[in-house]
Design a protein around this ligand. Structure first.
Ligand code: GLC
Ligand code: MN
Ligand code: MN
Length: 411
């Protein structure tokens, strides 16, 4: 029996509530979950795909986020302000409209980011050879800092997506990196001034890496490359600059996201985190968190919980083009939020699990070899204990799928 079009939304809503396990908007608001303008506004388009959803503006997105219980909103400058209106009266009007929409829907502003990849002005990248492009880049990041303070942001993100090249040898990589640093330095300098004016703390400036796309070769392809860049001496305020790793961007190059995050935490640079999911060594599919790698995600959150990460979790994913405009806010966002919360709570369960705790403590205690300089004795002393690695992995899967509570399908 075909389902007529006018009954389809009701079907989707009925099956959504039948799924169960949803958190209330009040509960969702207790987590530092941020919703990007561009995620809600994504129309399903790509290089080979026409849009499947109509345009939607910031007022509607903020209203939907508020209703779902996504407590924070973030945006690129040009997601909401036309390029030609930047730093002009048009910008002031739009920023005032955003302030109003945020207040009316009890949503806060968390982060602002400069679009340095879409407009034709960035054809040669954000740190191109022509001094006027670089001056324009400085103008843009300074203006973004101003918008951030005006709306109460705590973070600024930079994805230098087009810092790279298609054909080799035309650019000098050292120049490009130095010029890119100049733009960040301009942003930090402006931030120090503007923060003083607003009597606010300076923003946390976060670099976001992606190993491929949109350039063929990327100058800062990984979070680790960015850590080296921050420490390179090119930045005048390296203490203000850290990372916004994206889960999938680390997975894309084949990394273990948990290890990438561990390196960022070790450096004290894990400021912000883009949450989504996808596949290794593929393009940036930006699938909703936990739909592909829930076990890895559980482990990532165990790591972040055990090391006290308290920054935002930014829903940087793209509702699939098969999802309707109705489905984006009825299914896509609430389920992404709820999977995240579920995995976060499970991570808490893992950290207090008596079996994992006893196994971990035992591994750390070691077998107590009498002579730690004797390889044979050390090996022997730990031989049985090391089986606990696999036992812990089993226990994590049990917690993830609820297998420790037993599961039966067919009698
Ligand atoms: C783009 C990227 C996204 C990044 C954002 C921030 O939308 O696709 O990954 O987080 O820019 O600048
Ligand atoms: Mn991202
Ligand atoms: Mn991505």
């Amino acid at each position: 029996m075909p389902i007529p079009e006018n009954q389809q939304q009701a079907l989707v809503s009925r099956l959504m509530s039948a799924c169960g396990g949803a958190y209330s908007p009040e509960t969702r608001r207790k987590y530092y979950i941020t919703g990007p303008q561009w995620a809600g506004a994504y129309q399903g388009q790509a290089l080979f795909h026409a849009p499947t959803r109509p345009e939607i503006g910031y007022a509607d997105i903020i209203r939907h986020y508020g209703k779902i219980g996504i407590g924070y909103w973030c945006t690129h400058d040009t997601d909401v302000i036309p390029t030609e209106a930047l730093a002009k009266d048009g910008q002031a009007e739009i920023v005032a409209g955003i302030k109003k929409a945020l207040a009316e829907n009890n949503v806060k502003f968390s982060m602002v980011t400069t679009e340095t990849f879409h407009h034709a002005v960035w054809a040669g990248g954000p740190a191109a050879e022509a001094p006027e492009v670089r001056e324009y880049a400085k103008f843009r990041v300074r203006n973004t800092v101003d918008i951030g303070h005006e709306l109460g942001a705590n973070f600024a993100v930079y994805w230098p997506g087009s810092l790279g090249y298609y054909v080799q040898g035309a650019i000098d990589e050292l120049d490009s990196l130095r010029w890119y640093a100049d733009a960040l330095n301009a942003a930090c300098d402006r931030d120090i001034e503007t923060a003083a004016k607003y009597k606010r703390a300076t923003l946390k400036h976060c670099l976001e890496a992606k190993p491929f796309e949109p350039q063929a070769e990327i100058l800062l392809p990984t979070s680790d490359a960015m850590l080296a860049f921050i420490a390179s001496g090119l930045l005048t305020h390296p203490e203000m600059v850290g990372l916004n790793p994206e889960y999938l961007h680390e997975l894309m190059w084949g990394a273990a996201p948990r290890a990438s995050l561990a390196r960022a935490l070790t450096a004290g640079k894990l400021f912000h985190f883009d949450i989504n999911d996808g596949y290794r060594l593929k393009h940036d599919v930006d699938i909703g968190v936990g739909l592909v790698n829930p076990l890895d995600w559980l482990n990532v959150l165990v790591l972040l919980r055990s090391h006290g990460y308290n920054g935002p979790f930014n829903l940087d994913y793209k509702p699939p083009r098969t999802t309707s405009a109705f489905g984006v806010f009825e299914v896509s966002f609430p389920t992404a939020v709820d999977r995240f919360i579920t995995l976060w709570e499970m991570a808490g369960e893992v950290l207090s699990d008596p079996i994992i705790k006893e196994a971990t403590d035992a591994l750390k205690a070691g077998g107590g070899a009498a002579n730690p300089h004797d390889a044979e004795a050390v090996t022997k002393a730990n031989r049985e204990l090391l089986t606990l690695h696999e036992l812990i992995a089993h226990r994590l899967v049990q917690i993830l799928i609820g297998a420790h509570r037993g599961r039966v399908f067919s009698a």
